[in-house]
Ligand binder design. Structure first.
Ligand code: ADP
Ligand code: MG
Length: 452
């Protein structure tokens, strides 16, 4: 087969038609309903015990944010009038040995990072510190301040954590680190934090989405629709539901997706995440390029072994490649050299750019389909305005991604998107800030109980 046809085949494989988007929406709705009623579903639909803030919460709170790539510690001052200010925000990179050894090592690493950071910034070191914890892995909650790890995702394998309450593990690590006053009062995940952070400013926000190392979302559901549980001590009429949408599996997989899944740490799981999130997009491109080069369609004049290295093609390269507007695609050439493909023809570079485009466009369109499904689950006829808060570097830094999401949403709901009935809002630092807002909600509720 000529290389042009091979590329076209790949593009066809990765295309997501408007009809496919509609099918994803329908399947999402039925999986969501089944998850809410406790039936078997690829969507866990986890109750979070969090309601939206009122916008009047006040005070300074610390938040921890364990994502997939970084661990962040920040302090947020809530002014009580829907505005807030970050007082400090510091991150520590999670080394591979920290996330794959023992749970104790991971939690001690976090506690020591907190100790170092608050030591530099502390103003009132002796006060009890009510800390919000954004923990972006599936947990089963029985209340706002307890969460049992269901299973790791995003390459984490730290032993001895599954089935344990991560709030207790964190509080014990604080004590071991010599921080007896530090205490987690609320645990949440990045989607919930992102939604809460945005909705402190914007009352129309009812969906929170993460597009970073992994992908997931949460939304605001009526408690009466969450028929699988009864919620003692939770009196609000609505509760945020953590969808865990990365595990959605009613999807058309390409042979490349099957390969990625087979060689992943969690085969058969997180299929949507494996087609959409930053952890996998570069790897999909690598697998496609490897196959094309083995069939002699590209890189004929160079050593191809460079493409054999798992995770050797970073997701960051995709946006750099798509943005290369130089005549000879010099930046693509540089990136290919970086990964060890020393010689490339102009036709090779054009092919690489088309593959990157196909892979990232599919990811954005599937992400848009999932967003459309969640918004219409809340409001089937789109009678009210909805703000969708999105956090994560894939959305923030990959310019083509947000554009493709918007285009896809316009295809499905032309009028709603144009008339701002659906607003997409980049909520930078949302996954950190929201945990501080939730700590404030918890403190307000406790103060109320103490007063009554
Ligand atoms: P986390 O998921 O740990 O909270 P981020 O939201 O920062 O962290 O997401 C990090 C992921 O985003 C990286 O693993 C990478 O896959 C992706 N990413 C970072 N920069 C870019 C970029 N310029 N283009 C595309 N993807 C990116
Ligand atoms: Mg994050």
């Amino acid at each position: 087969m000529r290389h042009v046809e091979l590329i076209k085949n790949v593009e066809r494989d990765f295309a997501v038609t408007p009809d496919q988007i509609k099918k994803v929406i329908r399947d999402f709705h039925s999986e969501m309903r089944e998850g809410l009623s406790g039936q078997k579903s690829s969507l866990k639909m986890i109750p979070t015990y969090v309601e939206r803030p009122k916008g009047a919460e006040k005070g300074t709170f610390i938040a921890l944010d364990l994502g997939g790539t970084n661990f962040r510690v920040l302090a947020l001052e809530l002014k009580g009038n829907r505005t807030s200010e970050i007082l400090f925000s510091k991150k520590a990179v999670l080394r591979k040995d920290v996330i794959t050894a023992s749970g104790r090592k991971l939690f001690d690493f976090m506690a020591h990072s907190v100790k170092k950071i608050i030591k530099i910034h502390a103003t009132e070191p002796d006060k009890t510190r009510n800390i919000g914890f954004t923990f972006s892995f599936p947990i089963k909650q029985t209340g706002i301040n307890s969460g049992t790890l269901i299973g790791w995702t995003k390459g984490f394998t730290a032993g001895g954590v599954r089935g344990k309450d991560v709030v207790r593990l964190m509080n014990s690590a604080f004590r071991r680190a010599g921080l007896p006053n530090a205490k987690i009062v609320a645990i949440t995940n990045d989607t919930v934090s992102t939604l809460v952070s945005k909705s402190y400013e914007d009352p129309a926000c009812d969906v929170g989405v993460i597009l970073g190392t992994g992908t997931n979302a949460c939304y605001c559901e009526k408690v009466k629709n969450i028929t699988k549980s009864r919620f003692a001590n939770f009196t609000a009429g609505e509760m945020l539901i953590n969808i865990e949408w990365g595990n959605f599996n009613k999807l058309r997989l390409t042979p490349y997706d099957r390969l990625i899944d087979k060689f992943s740490k969690n085969p058969g799981k997180q299929l949507l995440e494996k087609m959409v999130s930053g952890m996998y997009l570069g790897e999909i491109v690598r697998v496609v390029l490897k196959e094309m080069s083995e069939r002699g369609a590209i890189f004929r004049k160079t050593d191809k072994t460079a493409l054999n290295k798992k995770d050797g093609f970073k997701t960051e390269y995709i946006s750099a490649i798509e943005n290369d507007s130089t005549k000879e695609l010099y930046h693509v050439n540089d990136i290919l050299k970086t990964i060890g493909v020393s010689k490339s023809l102009y036709s090779d570079r054009k092919a690489v750019r088309r593959i990157c485009r196909a892979v990232s466009k599919r990811a954005a369109r599937l992400g848009a389909a999932a967003i459309a499904a969640v918004v219409t689950k809340i409001d089937p006829r789109l009678l009210k305005p909805h703000t969708v808060a999105i956090d994560g570097s894939l959305y923030e830094k990959h310019a083509g991604f947000s554009r493709d999401i918007r285009h896809a949403l316009c295809e499905v709901f032309p009028t709603a998107v144009r008339k701002s009935g659906i607003k997409i809002s980049l909520t930078k630092d949302g996954s950190g800030k929201g945990a501080a807002v939730i700590a404030a909600i918890v403190k307000n509720a406790r103060d109320r109980v103490a007063r009554d």
